[in-house]
Design a protein around this ligand. Structure first.
Ligand code: MV4
Length: 504
């Protein structure tokens, strides 16, 4: 058992702040690292110590393993928490931490390697008796081999990069004539993205659900799962909404999938927090897809329904503590939904929209949690992910959770940059989402309704510009107080702004 007194957080943004919050509660001191662009970022302000590690591009800062380890040694950190993204699933980094006597908060390097290679992950799961998507267990080498294998599996199929995940180096093949060209393009994308052109073939599962199970494993051979998260609301492999319990799930299916998730963790002697991703088809057949060997963006919904702080568990496991609870003691209580707020222009193909946060009002009140990091006057850098906040709500049941999410989204006001808030509000109003009857095609299927507000959005945009201008004048003390300018009841009504604007 080794007590951790100081943790270096090798990350930025909302996840760095979220990890530091738990450290503070556990009496662990925190070390931030930051790039040029992040000098005034929230994680730097929140930490007990902060060290500059390089220029703005992540390749020269948050991905600079040697520099981060050098800082950890200099400030005598006991452990490094990698968050998600960046170095979180980098086996070489975790190995280097261990070699330098620093605890890497995550699984062993060999496990990261084994699960990072999707073919070896498939082989491991087959050996453990976990159902995987039908397909190859070796990389396909030649054109002929690709054609023969695909015709044997039967079209449609997906060709995927062995080193991939998250949609990169992946192609759907529906017609025999496209096999050669699509295998070739998947291979070349794999090569340029991961420096590895190995690809394999899977049977295509149409309109699947993406359901994942949170697992925990300690250093004493104990494994358990913390139930599922439904992650099917995605756009181009970018998740937008997650919820738990999954509306698709039945108690029997939950027990079955949960047992396989635990078997998957046991198969690699997993230590720490991890995720087993499954595809579930419309007949409720499920298949192992991949394992993520890190804390995930959407972990708060699991925390909310189980009452367990996952970052705290990661730290306790890294210290060598055995898990303090048993599977039978865990319950899912109520319903949690997370909406991801991105600084993106939904009317312009979700283009990232970095810039200065002019004004931000975050939702509060019963059952609401926001994990964010931006503040008024903060300039979102162009260099990193465009997700600026996560809004998590809880209620006793799903329909109340949806109403609460709508209320919280209504309260959420950000001026200065465009965000996905309005788009998320429209999702909450679709019959498919409200009924819980949706799969990974949801956004594509509902895009008319979700984007129909474009005309209205233009009006809204005018309103925001005017509102921003009025707030600007307020700040300069030129205008009267906001209350007099626009009465609360009509705050967001266009005519009020126009009238007030004309009066100015
Ligand atoms: C699939 C699939 C259908 N069949 N594999 C997309 C991201 C990557 N992690 C795996 N993905 C998929 N793999 C087979 N054999 C459909 C998808 C997929 C998807 C998966 C999860 C969530 C959203 C998705 C959107 C489109 C495609």
């Amino acid at each position: 058992m080794k007590k951790i007194n100081k943790i270096l957080i090798a990350n930025r943004g909302e996840i760095a702040v979220r990890i530091m919050r738990t450290c503070r509660e556990m009496g662990i001191s925190t070390v931030a690292v930051f790039s040029d662009a992040d000098r005034t970022s929230m994680h730097v302000r929140y930490a007990d110590e902060a060290y500059h590690i390089g220029p703005s591009p992540s390749s020269e800062s948050y991905l600079n393993a040697a520099k981060i380890i050098e800082v950890a040694k200099k400030c005598q950190a006991d452990a490094i928490h990698p968050g998600y993204g960046f170095l979180s699933e980098n086996a070489a980094f975790s190995r280097k931490c261990n070699e330098n006597g620093i605890i890497f908060i995550g699984p062993k390097p060999e496990v990261i390697e084994q699960m990072g290679d999707k073919i070896s992950a498939r082989l491991t799961m087959i050996a453990a008796g976990v159902p995987v998507v039908p397909g190859t267990t070796e990389s396909v080498k030649t054109e002929k081999e690709a054609i023969d294998t695909i015709m044997e599996i039967g079209l449609p199929v997906m060709v995927k990069a062995s080193a991939g995940g998250g949609g990169k180096g992946m192609r759907l093949i529906t017609e025999e004539k496209d096999i050669t060209s699509l295998v070739r393009s998947a291979r070349s994308e794999a090569k340029s993205s991961f420096g590895n052109d190995s690809v394999y073939i899977e049977k295509y599962i149409s309109s699947p659900h993406h359901i994942e199970f949170q697992i925990l494993g300690d250093q004493h051979g104990n494994f358990l799962h913390l139930f599922e998260r439904e992650c099917s609301v995605q756009r181009r492999h970018q998740k937008m909404i997650e919820e738990t319990p999954s509306p698709l799930m039945t108690p029997e299916l939950r027990i079955k999938m949960g047992e396989y998730a635990v078997e998957a963790a046991r198969a690699v002697n997993y230590t720490g927090a991890g995720t087993i991703e499954f595809l579930v088809d419309n007949d409720l057949n499920f298949y192992f897809l991949e394992m993520n060997t890190r804390l995930q963006v959407e972990h708060p919904i699991t925390e909310r329904v189980t009452g367990i702080d996952l970052v705290k568990q990661q730290i306790l496991i890294a210290e060598g503590h055995p898990l303090k609870f048993k599977q039978e003691q865990l319950r899912q209580t109520g319903h949690a939904i997370e909406c991801r707020i991105y600084a993106e222009d939904t009317d312009n193909n979700f283009m990232p929209n970095p810039g200065k946060i002019y004004n931000i009002t975050q939702p509060l009140g019963l059952g609401v949690r926001t994990d964010g990091y931006v503040y008024e006057g903060y300039e979102i850098p162009i260099y990193y992910d465009s997700m600026i906040s996560k809004l998590i709500v809880w209620a006793e049941n799903r329909s109340e959770a949806i109403e609460r999410m709508k209320r919280a989204l209504y309260e959420y006001k950000i001026t200065g940059v465009k965000t996905t808030i309005k788009f998320l509000e429209r999702i909450m109003d679709t019959t498919d989402f409200r009924s819980g009857n949706y799969d990974t095609n949801f956004i594509e299927k509902n895009k008319e309704q979700l984007l129909k507000a474009t005309k209205c959005a233009e009006d809204c945009e005018d309103m925001v510009i005017i509102a921003t201008y009025i707030e600007y004048l307020d700040q300069l003390n030129i205008a009267q107080t906001s209350k007099e300018m626009y009465p609360a009841k009509n705050r967001w009504k266009k005519y009020t702004y126009q009238k007030n604007f004309e009066r100015l």
